[in-house]
Write a protein of this length. Structure first.
Length: 540
């Protein structure tokens, strides 16, 4: 189906916008900003697989040198073969404002025998709402699935994020079924309910999450950001207004359909709910819409993230969360995990720093990327409400039956905006990289788009480090987007906004760069690359 697309100029501009929808100019290495990606380990090199894409955000391999690449802003699923775009196999009509769009892709664990492809995307409405605070549509309409893409921030239904299953026939993807619809509409400054302290809150389109992955248990895991909500799944029992027991004009604070946010959901491949989910029995006891949603939850209390991956050796699930101005996190997630947001970000023993940073009006020393830190973006819950002690903060957490809190495995004192994460599976990069976790960037402010490398401990449960400054698993950087205490983690720069990190069938590591419009391949340096007649580095 041929559909009108945005102009080439608009696409080019969009390709340079990072996920936070703010253009950032790197201050430390202006000369290197225009350079291509660079590996800092001499045993690794990086090459471009395919370029000139429009906001690529994820990939899925269907064979060697044969993969799907999804584009956030165009809603297109591209088939890339032998380094070139061979075809557009699906073209969805997306709302691509800010962090919306076509956001996630996963193949059925028995693909291609069961030729299903799963997509997380933000649909659009046909028109803007009559009332800017209440969308005309509650759910995505199939009739709008192939409309031209929209950048209108209000042109989404209430439940505008959706996870769908498509059928691959060898040349195109066709719609099979909808599995889930989640909150997308964000315009909270409505006159009702009163007293929410959000009258000046602007409309937003962020914190949609969007990463989807099948686990070793063959269940589908869905990462959904907080979407600006401030209810029970953000550890506020009565919502931001306390006794009002409201989150916004659509209800809450209980996790009804409009407030199932800040979570990792776990579903069967057909969208049904596994009975061994951690809160399945609790949801059955609660019953109704809220109970049914609680049954889907695997983890909650998350802020927002762009990365989620399963360790291919232990099977553990890892996810990253972006802080506001402080304490970006890397977490190992197990069933029933409560990450602590909005009460806690970072290690509990650093709670005082979390509160101090988020309530700071003028950073000292001055931050080149901010004139003020005060606030947690959404206005309805002030950072002044953060507890005065870790004990008090932990006591405030909303704990569902079988829920538990655990501190992050790694964090940064000030936000560094982590992006996609993925593991090196096998020895394709050399034995010393086997099993390592690589992390990209969600903004280009640090090293032109940093690429971090993490070693894990022998039991695969914690981050290992030889840097004595990182024994507390916190990088004490000096301000936002500062490299201090992360120098030993840095393995690449100038990767732009890196939203997906995956090991390919050839054992090499593939990086999707949204802002550079490219997919990169990291591989070990070959003998003839070095020109010294030596062997590839495969030492421990």
């Amino acid at each position: 189906m041929t559909r009108q697309r945005t102009s080439a100029i608009a696409r080019a501009v969009t390709a340079l916008i990072v996920l936070a929808a703010i253009a950032i100019v790197q201050r430390d290495r202006p000369a290197a900003q225009g350079a291509g990606p660079q590996m800092l380990d001499p045993t690794l090199t990086v090459e471009t697989v395919v370029a000139s894409l429009t906001t690529p955000i994820g990939l899925a391999f269907i064979g060697r040198d044969n993969l799907f690449v999804i584009e956030k802003d165009t809603g297109r699923v591209l088939r890339v073969q032998d380094g070139a775009v061979a075809a557009t196999v699906l073209d969805l009509g997306v709302n691509n404002n800010s962090e919306r769009g076509l956001l996630g892709i996963a193949l059925h664990p028995r693909f291609p025998r069961e030729p299903f492809v799963y997509l997380y995307w933000t649909c659009r409405t046909a028109l803007s709402p009559t009332d800017p605070f209440f969308p005309d549509d509650r759910e995505c309409l199939d009739a709008n699935m192939f409309l031209p893409d929209s950048n209108d921030i209000l042109q989404v239904p209430l439940l505008g994020n959706r996870v769908d299953r498509f059928l691959w026939n060898g040349s195109t993807l066709t719609f099979d079924r909808n599995l889930l619809m989640l909150r997308a509409f964000q315009n909270d400054g409505a006159p009702i309910p009163a007293g929410q302290n959000d009258e000046t809150q602007p409309a937003r389109a962020n914190h949609n999450g969007g990463v989807i992955r099948f686990g070793p248990d063959r269940k589908l895991y869905i990462q959904m950001g907080d979407n600006g909500r401030r209810g029970q799944l953000q550890n506020l029992m009565d919502g931001p207004g306390g006794p009002t027991r409201m989150d916004d004009q659509f209800g809450g604070p209980e996790p009804d359909d409009a407030h199932l946010t800040g979570v990792i959901l776990r579903l069967n491949d057909d969208g049904s709910v596994p009975r061994d989910n951690p809160f399945f029995d609790a949801g059955a006891h609660i019953e109704g819409e809220v109970g049914a949603n609680i049954q889907k939850i695997y983890a909650y209390g998350l802020r927002n993230g762009f990365g989620m991956a399963f360790d291919p050796y232990s099977g553990h699930l890892w996810e990253q969360e972006n802080g506001d101005d402080s304490f970006s996190e890397l977490n190992r997630v197990d069933a029933g995990f409560n990450s602590g947001w909005v009460q806690i970000m970072g290690p509990p023993e650093r709670l005082g720093q979390f509160k101090t940073i988020e309530t700071t009006v003028t950073p000292d020393p001055p931050d080149p990327f901010a004139t003020t830190y005060f606030g947690l973006q959404q206005l309805r819950w002030s950072p002044e409400n953060i507890a005065g002690s870790s004990r008090a903060a932990l006591a405030r957490l909303v704990m569902l039956p079988n829920a538990h809190y655990s501190a992050p495995e790694f964090s940064w004192k000030y936000e560094v905006s982590p992006g996609g994460i993925g593991f090196v599976k096998g020895r394709g990069l050399g034995r010393r990289f086997e099993g390592d976790l690589f992390m990209g960037a969600a903004r280009i402010a640090l090293e032109g788009g940093h690429l971090f490398r993490f070693n894990l401990t022998g039991n695969r449960q914690r981050v290992a480090t030889s840097d004595p400054r990182l024994r507390d698993r916190v990088a004490d950087n000096l301000h936002k987007f500062d490299i201090t205490e992360s120098e030993s983690l840095l393995i690449g720069r100038n990767f732009g906004v890196s939203t997906d990190v995956q090991t390919g069938p050839n054992g090499h590591l593939f990086i999707v760069s949204l802002s550079n419009g490219a997919v990169y391949e990291i591989r070990a340096v070959r003998r003839n690359d070095r020109g010294d007649g030596g062997e590839d580095d495969d030492s421990d």
